[in-house]
Design a protein around this ligand. Structure first.
Ligand SMILES: *[C@@H]1O[C@H](CO)[C@@H](O)[C@H](O)[C@H]1NC(C)=O
Ligand SMILES: *[C@@H]1O[C@H](CO)[C@@H](O)[C@H](O)[C@H]1NC(C)=O
Ligand SMILES: *[C@@H]1O[C@H](CO)[C@@H](O)[C@H](O)[C@H]1NC(C)=O
Length: 354
C-alpha cells in the first residue's frame, strides 16, 4: 500500500474514531504493523479450553505444552498509534452483522479462521452458533447476528486441473473463484504449498497458457499466480462494496540461523520472542506479495502485513505439541491462543472505519 492511501485511511479513521470513540486518534501516518511484543499479564485474549470447537492441532496446552509465557505477549504498535482493543461484541453486532467474512487459503487461513471463531465465541458465549463443513468449505454461523465466518481451503488460489498428462498447476487461470463472489470481507492467503516437492507436491507439471513446464523457480511461479489472482480481484470484485485483504506470508521457524541461533534445528524449546531486528531479513515471499499488491490500483487490497511481526514469534508454534507429537514437528502453524489472535486484532482495526 502506498503512503498516500494509508494516510487517507488514517485520516478517515481519525474522523470515525473522533466521532465514535471520543477522540482517540490513530493519526500521523501510523503503521500498526510496526512495533514490539510486550509482556501483558492480561493475556491471552481467551482461554482455549473455553473454545469447544478448537482443532486439536492448534490446542497446544491440551497437547501438553508445559511453558505458558508464549500466551502472554501483546502486540504494541509504535506508541503514537491507537490500536483498538478487540471487542468481539462490537465486531459481531456492528461490523459483521448481516455479513460474511471468508478466509481463502491453506492451513494458515484455517489457523486465523479458527482464532477468530474462538475470539468471537468467548466474547459472546451465549450467542448461538452452528458449524458446518462441506468439502473444503467450513462455515461458522452466528444466526442471531446473521453473521458468517467462513474458511475455504485453497492451497494455490490458481487452478489445479486434471489433464490426460496428470495434474496441471495453471498459473494463469482462476476458475474456482465463484465461491468468493458476494462475500463482504475476503481474506486471501497462499504461500506454503508453493515450496512442496516430492510426495507433498500435489501437481505433476506447471502450465502457463499453452506452455508446460516440469518445474520452475517457485518464487517465480508464486509471482505469476499472485498476478493472476490480482487480475481476478480487479475484474470480479467491486472493492467499494467488498473489502479485500491479503493475509501476509506466515513465517516458519525451521532454521535457527534465521534468528542467530545456528544450533537450533527448529522452533522446539523456544520460549521467548526475538526482540531485535530479525537477522534473516524480509521473507522472500513477502517481497513478492508486496510487489504484486503494490502494482494494483489503490486501494483495492489491504495487505495484512503480519510477516515481520510474526517472524519475531519463534516460540509461538506448536513444535511437538501439535497433532503428531515428535513425529510431526510443527514450526509452521501457530498455537491458539496465540499469534493469529493478533492478526485478527489487526483485521478488526482495519475494518473499523466502515
Ligand atoms: C510491511 O511491514 C514491513 C515491516 O514493518 C515493512 O518493511 C514493509 O514496508 C511493510 N509493507 C507494506 C506494503 O506496507
Ligand atoms: C438459540 O437456539 C435455540 C435452539 O435453536 C433457540 O431455541 C433459541 O431461541 C436461540 N437463541 C436466540 C437468542 O436466538
Ligand atoms: C540453515 O540456514 C543456514 C544459513 O542460511 C544454512 O547454511 C543451513 O544449511 C541451514 N540449515 C538447514 C538444516 O537447512
Amino acid at each position: 500500500m502506498d503512503v498516500g492511501s494509508s494516510a487517507i485511511r488514517a485520516a478517515l479513521l481519525f474522523v470515525s474514531l473522533a466521532v465514535h470513540h471520543g477522540g482517540v486518534a490513530r493519526g500521523g501516518g501510523c503503521d500498526l504493523y510496526k512495533g514490539i511484543w510486550v509482556r501483558d499479564e492480561a493475556y491471552p485474549l481467551y482461554d482455549p479450553s473455553r473454545c469447544p470447537f478448537i482443532e486439536r492441532e492448534f490446542d497446544c496446552l491440551m497437547n501438553g505444552r508445559p511453558d505458558r509465557d508464549y500466551l502472554k505477549y501483546r502486540w504494541q504498535p509504535n506508541p503514537q498509534c491507537h490500536f483498538p482493543r478487540f471487542d468481539g461484541r462490537h465486531f459481531l453486532s456492528q461490523v459483521l452483522k448481516g455479513k460474511s467474512i471468508m478466509f481463502v487459503g491453506d492451513s494458515l487461513s484455517l489457523n486465523q479462521w479458527q482464532s477468530l471463531t474462538c475470539m468471537l465465541h468467548v466474547a459472546l458465549p451465549r450467542a448461538n452458533y452452528s458449524s458446518a463443513r462441506t468439502g473444503g468449505l467450513s462455515t461458522f454461523t452466528f444466526p442471531e447476528y446473521g453473521a458468517k465466518v467462513m474458511f475455504s481451503r485453497n492451497a494455490f488460489l490458481v487452478d489445479m486441473l486434471s489433464t490426460s498428462h496428470g495434474v496441471a498447476l495453471t498459473l494463469d487461470s482462476i476458475q474456482g473463484g465463484d465461491l468468493w463472489k458476494g462475500i463482504d470481507v475476503l481474506v486471501f492467503n497462499t504461500w506454503h504449498w508453493w515450496l512442496h516437492t516430492g510426495r507433498k507436491q500435489p501437481w505433476n507439471f506447471i502450465q502457463v497458457g499453452r506452455a508446460t513446464y516440469q518445474d520452475m523457480d517457485r518464487l517465480v511461479a508464486f509471482e505469476k499466480a499472485l498476478t493472476t489472482w490480482a487480475k481476478w480481484v480487479e475484474t470480479n470484485v467491486d472493492t467499494t462494496k467488498t473489502k479485500v485483504f491479503f493475509q501476509g506470508v506466515s513465517p516458519d521457524h525451521l532454521n535457527g540461523s534465521d534468528w542467530g541461533e545456528p544450533n537450533a534445528r527448529n522452533c522446539e524449546g523456544q520460549k521467548e520472542p526475538f526482540s531485535k531486528t530479525y537477522p534473516a531479513g524480509p521473507h522472500p515471499a513477502q517481497l513478492v506479495v508486496e510487489k504484486v499488491i503494490g502494482a494494483m490500483p489503490k486501494p483495492a487490497v489491504h495487505l495484512l502485513n503480519v510477516t515481520t511481526l510474526s517472524q519475531l514469534r519463534k516460540e509461538g508454534h506448536p513444535s511437538v505439541y501439535g497433532l503428531g507429537g515428535h513425529r510431526a514437528m510443527d514450526c509452521s502453524h501457530w498455537c491458539l491462543a496465540g499469534v493469529p489472535d493478533t492478526w485478527n486484532q489487526l483485521l478488526y482495526a482495519a475494518l473499523l472505519p466502515s
